[in-house]
Design a protein around this ligand. Structure first.
Ligand code: ZN
Length: 329
C-alpha cells in the first residue's frame, strides 16, 4: 500500500511510498482510510519529541474510513461500513478502563505513536476502537483528536448551562470544538483569538476577543477557561478566572512550565484541571452530535492525495488557519 512514513525522526525524513500491507489480526479490523487530520501530536511524533514504534513508522492519530476486512472473532462490522477510529489503545480490564477512563489505560498507547497510524491507505486497528457513522465522513474527521479532547476538557470541568466559558486558542483544532460544545451545553462562550471572528461566531461564540481585550473585559469573571495552548497563555487564563473558577489544560504547545500563586489558588478556590484525549464512550456521543448536525469539523483546507501531505503540513502551520487541515487519501 501507499503510506507516509519515516525511518528516523525529522520532517525531512517523512516520505510517501510503498509500505507493507497491514493485515487485521484476531479482534482487528482493516480500515481503508478516507480522510485523516493533521494535529500537533503527529508533528511532534514525526520530529521525534514523542518516541514512535514500530520503525519505520506511519504517523497519524486522527482518521476516518471504511471497513475493508475483518480479522478472526470480529462481529458487527462488514466491508464498506463507514467508521471513525478511537485512537487510544486500551485493554478494557484495568481499573481505569473499568470506570470508562480508557484514555488512562495502564497498558494503553496512541495509534499513530504506539502503533502505525492513519497517514496511509490502510490501517489495522482493534475492532473495539471503531464507531460506525452515518453521513459525510469529512464531518467526522476532527473528532478523534480535536473533538474528543475538547469534549473531555468540558466534562472534566463540569461545564453547565449559564457558565461563562472562555476558549483560549479558539481557532485551533481543539478550540473550534470547545466553542461548539460549550455553546451546545448552554454556556456563554468567549472565544479568545486575534483572527476568525466571523467563523467563530458561526460556530457559537457569543464574543470573540483578542487576549488583551479579554483580560480587560472578563478579568475575574469567567467560570471555566479551556486552554489547549500552554505556558504562553497561562497567565491570561488565570487572570480570567472568577472565584470558584476552573482552568483546564490538554496540551503545552507553547511550553509546560508555569508559575502559580498558591494564595490566589486557595483564596479564590480555583481548580487547575488536567485532561488528556477522551473516553471511548464519549466518541460515540460526539458521533451522534455530528449525525444530528449539532457539531461539525470546520475544514480549513482539504488536500487531495497522500502526495499532498507536504502541502497539508504547510497549511497546518499557516498562521491564518482556522480549524482542520485534512487529507483525502
Ligand atoms: Zn486498561
Amino acid at each position: 500500500m501507499k503510506a507516509a512514513f519515516f525511518e528516523a525522526p525529522g520532517l525531512a525524513n517523512l516520505k510517501v511510498g510503498d509500505f507493507l500491507d497491514p493485515r487485521p489480526g484476531p479482534g482487528e479490523v482493516l480500515v481503508r482510510v478516507k480522510y485523516f487530520g493533521i494535529n500537533p501530536v503527529d508533528i511532534m511524533t514525526i520530529e521525534g519529541f514523542i518516541r514512535a514504534q514500530p520503525m519505520p513508522h506511519v504517523p497519524g492519530a486522527e482518521f476516518v474510513g471504511v471497513v475493508e476486512d475483518v480479522g478472526l472473532g470480529v462481529s458487527g462490522f462488514a466491508k464498506g461500513d463507514p467508521v471513525v477510529v478511537y485512537n487510544r489503545l486500551y485493554c478494557g480490564s484495568c481499573r481505569y478502563c473499568l470506570t470508562g477512563e480508557t484514555q488512562l489505560c495502564t497498558s494503553g498507547g496512541i495509534i499513530g505513536i504506539a502503533a502505525n497510524g492513519g497517514f496511509a491507505e490502510y490501517v489495522a486497528v482493534p475492532a473495539k476502537n471503531l464507531v460506525k457513522v452515518g453521513g459525510d465522513l469529512l464531518k467526522f474527521v476532527g473528532l478523534p483528536v480535536g473533538g474528543l479532547t475538547a469534549y473531555n476538557m468540558l466534562r472534566r470541568t463540569g461545564v453547565q448551562t449559564g457558565d461563562v466559558v472562555a476558549v483560549v486558542g479558539a481557532t485551533g483544532n481543539v478550540g473550534v470544538f470547545a466553542v461548539q460544545l460549550a455553546k451546545r451545553a448552554g454556556a456563554y462562550v468567549i472565544a479568545i483569538s486575534r483572527k476568525g471572528a466571523e467563523r467563530l461566531r458561526e460556530l457559537g461564540a457569543d464574543e470573540v476577543l483578542a487576549p488583551e481585550d479579554a483580560a480587560k473585559r472578563w478579568g475575574n469573571a469567567v467560570d471555566v477557561v479551556v486552554d489547549p495552548v500552554g505556558a504562553s497563555t497561562f497567565e491570561l487564563s488565570l487572570k480570567l478566572l472568577a472565584r470558584g473558577g476552573r482552568y483546564v489544560t490538554a496540551g503545552a504547545l507553547t511550553g509546560g512550565e508555569v508559575e502559580v500563586d498558591l494564595r490566589r489558588l486557595y483564596g479564590a478556590q480555583l481548580s487547575l484541571v488536567g485532561s488528556t484525549g477522551g473516553r471511548r464512550a464519549d466518541l460515540e456521543v460526539l458521533v451522534r452530535l455530528v449525525e444530528r448536525g449539532a457539531v461539525s469539523t470546520p475544514i480549513y483546507r482539504l488536500v487531495k492525495g497522500l502526495d499532498g501531505l507536504g502541502q497539508a503540513i504547510e497549511a497546518f502551520r499557516d498562521p491564518g488557519r482556522i480549524g482542520k487541515v485534512a487529507v483525502e487519501v
